[in-house]
Design a protein around this ligand. Sequence first.
Ligand code: DX5
Ligand code: ZN
Length: 215
Amino acid sequence: MKNMKTLIAPSLLAADLTRLGEEVRAVEAAGADVLHFDVMDGHFVPNLTFGFPVIEALKKITRLPIDAHLMIQNADAFLDRFAQAGCDWLSVHVEACPHLHRTVSRIRELGMKPGVAINPGTPLSSLDAVLPHLDFVLAMSVNPGFGGQKFIEGTWDRIRELKKRAPHLQVEIDGGIKVSNAKDAIAAGADILVVGTGLFGTPDYAQTVQALRGK
Ligand code: DX5
Ligand code: ZN
């Protein structure tokens, strides 16, 4: 995974949802690499968002991979449906999955790239046993549940530590990333930047995508 270009993953939560299709086409044209899709259940996190029908609809209009970030309890019951809906990458939370190895193995069996997401307050050591089975780790730099929150300082150390523990893995950082701190994220070792308000809140998506990559 060394020397790969930094991937930009727009978080659709911050898109203009009255024009979701147009927003997806716009970020694709702007050079984004993957669509980050936040699924919330009102139990694991105090918010509700979108699910299968929206993924299915978007799949028809984009060539970008869909990266679904499941902030839900009982993810095991829905893995097949997320695969059928068209997800390419699927991450579950370590805090919400009691049988994490089984869950991750099933995600791979279903043909998706497995990732595990970890909250800012959870020790990184809780991932150690599954690291060899993952394609990526989704390191939260805010407490999950809402877009537009403030980046939690101290996350850079966690990214560095993750890269040390598992140099083969891609590390995706999620929460409070914008042009002003993207350089620090990349320097710490982040391979994939999830960007919601830091992209959709800007007037020129192509320029922002380039700036996020440090170009
Ligand atoms: C938070 C979500 C994030 C969020 C990022 O629970 O996982 O993906 O939408 O949004 P920003 O970039 O606005 O912090
Ligand atoms: Zn997310």
